[in-house]
Design a protein around this ligand. Structure first.
Ligand SMILES: [Cu+2]
Length: 365
C-alpha cells in the first residue's frame, strides 16, 4: 500500500539542506578591536603618518583567533559584522536549520513506520487502496506553504545583498590577478596598491619579511591590508586582469566574482572595527589558494587619516597641492590640504611585475 508519496517532502528537504550546507561551511573567527591606532604621529615633514602602523612600521591591529578567520572544529558560520551577514546568519540558524532538521526527522520516522507496519510478512493480502484525496491535497499544499515560508526571507536577503550603495559610500575596487589582488580607491584620489600573501619564515631569504601570528593565520596574512571605515557603506567593485577570480570575506557575507572585462558591484557596511580575512573563491589557476584577502576596519576618522597617508583625499577635498605647499598639513588633514602621493610599497610577488600598471582611476569629485 502506498501510504504517502514522498516526492514533495523530499524536494523540500533537499532544498533546505542545500541552503544549510552552503551556509554551514565557514567556521568562526576573531579579531583584535585592538589598540585604536591613532597617535603614531611621528609626522615627518608633510605626509601624515599611516594610522594603521606604529612608528617603526609594525601593523597595530593584530589578528585574533575567533573573529574574521576560520576556527578549528567550529561548525557555525563566522561571526558576522555586516547587517546582511547578521540577517543571513539568523535566517540560516533560526529558520533553515530547524526546518531542515524537522523535515528530515519527520521523513525518517514515516519511513520507519511504513517499513515496519506495512511489511509483506504482516500484510499477506496487500491493500488495494490507491487514492486518498485528503492526503494527496495535504502532501501537496503543505510543502508549497513551507517553500513560500522560506522564499519570503530568502528573496528579501537576496535583495539586501545586491542593494546599490548610497551616494556617500566609500568605493573599493578589487582587481584579481594571477595570483594576488590589487586595490584602488576611485573616490579617494590616486590610491592603489597590491596585496600579496605573506610567506612563511622558512620560505624567505634572510632579511625578507615573513608572516607572524600578528599578521594573521597561515595562508591568510597579506603584506598590504585593505583599510575600510566602519559604519560607512562600502561600494565594492570587482574586476580581473586575466581569469575569473572571486573576492570573498566570510565575516562580511561577501563573495563577488571578479571577471575580466566586467565590473561587478555590491555593497556592505562593516559594523565592528577589526581585522577580517578572506580568500579568492573562484578556482583561478595554480596558486588560487595563495591569494588571500585581509581587511582592516577602522573608525572613519582613522580611515581619512590613512587615505591622506597614502596620498589620497576624502571626497569634497581639493586635489593635493604640489610638493612644498603642504607644510601646514595635520595628520588628520580633514581640511583639504594634502601631501603628495608617496611610496605605495608595492609588493609584487610571483614574478608578475605588471601587477601595478593599472591605469589610475582619476580623482573624482
Ligand atoms: Cu583567484
Amino acid at each position: 500500500m502506498q501510504l504517502f508519496r514522498l516526492k514533495p517532502v523530499l524536494l523540500a528537504v533537499a532544498l533546505s539542506i542545500m541552503g544549510v550546507g552552503a551556509a554551514a561551511a565557514q567556521p568562526a573567527t576573531q579579531t583584535t578591536p585592538a589598540a585604536s591606532a591613532a597617535a603614531t604621529t611621528t609626522a615627518t615633514a608633510a605626509t601624515p603618518a599611516d594610522p594603521t602602523l606604529t612608528a617603526d612600521g609594525q601593523e597595530i591591529i593584530h589578528a585574533t583567533p575567533g573573529i574574521g578567520q576560520p576556527t578549528a572544529r567550529a561548525v557555525d558560520l563566522q561571526p558576522q559584522v555586516t547587517p546582511t551577514g547578521i540577517e543571513a546568519h539568523g535566517f540560516n540558524n533560526n529558520i533553515l536549520l530547524p526546518l531542515a532538521i524537522g523535515i528530515s526527522v519527520l521523513v525518517f520516522v514515516l519511513l520507519a513506520v511504513a517499513i515496519f507496519r506495512f511489511r509483506a510478512g504482516r500484510n499477506p493480502v496487500p491493500s488495494k487502496t490507491s487514492h486518498n484525496t485528503v492526503l494527496e491535497v495535504a502532501w501537496t499544499v503543505i510543502p508549497v506553504l513551507i517553500l513560500v515560508f522560506i522564499a519570503i526571507p530568502s528573496i528579501r536577503l537576496l535583495a539586501h545583498q545586491y542593494r546599490p550603495a548610497p551616494d556617500n559610500a566609500v568605493t573599493l575596487k578589487a582587481i584579481g590577478n594571477q595570483w594576488y589582488w590589487s586595490y584602488e580607491y576611485p573616490d579617494n584620489g590616486d590610491i592603489q596598491f597590491t596585496s600579496n600573501i605573506l610567506k612563511e619564515k622558512d620560505e624567505v631569504q634572510p632579511g625578507q619579511r615573513y608572516r607572524t601570528d600578528a599578521d594573521g593565520p597561515r595562508l591568510l596574512a597579506v603584506d598590504n591590508r585593505v583599510v575600510l571605515p566602519v559604519g560607512v557603506p562600502i561600494r565594492l567593485l570587482t574586476t580581473s586582469t586575466d581569469v575569473i577570480h572571486s573576492w570573498a570575506v566570510p565575516a562580511f557575507w561577501i563573495k563577488l566574482d571578479a571577471i575580466p572585462g566586467r565590473l561587478n558591484e555590491t555593497s556592505f557596511t562593516i559594523e565592528k572595527p577589526g581585522l577580517y580575512f578572506g580568500q579568492c573563491s573562484e578556482l583561478c589557476g595554480a596558486r588560487h589558494g595563495f591569494m588571500p584577502i585581509a581587511v582592516e576596519a577602522v573608525p572613519p576618522a582613522e580611515f581619512a587619516q590613512w587615505v591622506h597617508a597614502k596620498g589620497g583625499k576624502m571626497p569634497g577635498e581639493n586635489a593635493p597641492p604640489p610638493p612644498g605647499e603642504n607644510d601646514t598639513d595635520t595628520p588628520l588633514g580633514h581640511d583639504g590640504v594634502l601631501p603628495p602621493a608617496k611610496d605605495m610599497t608595492q609588493g609584487i610577488a610571483n614574478g608578475n611585475a605588471d601587477a601595478t600598471d593599472q591605469p589610475a582611476v582619476g580623482a573624482i569629485d
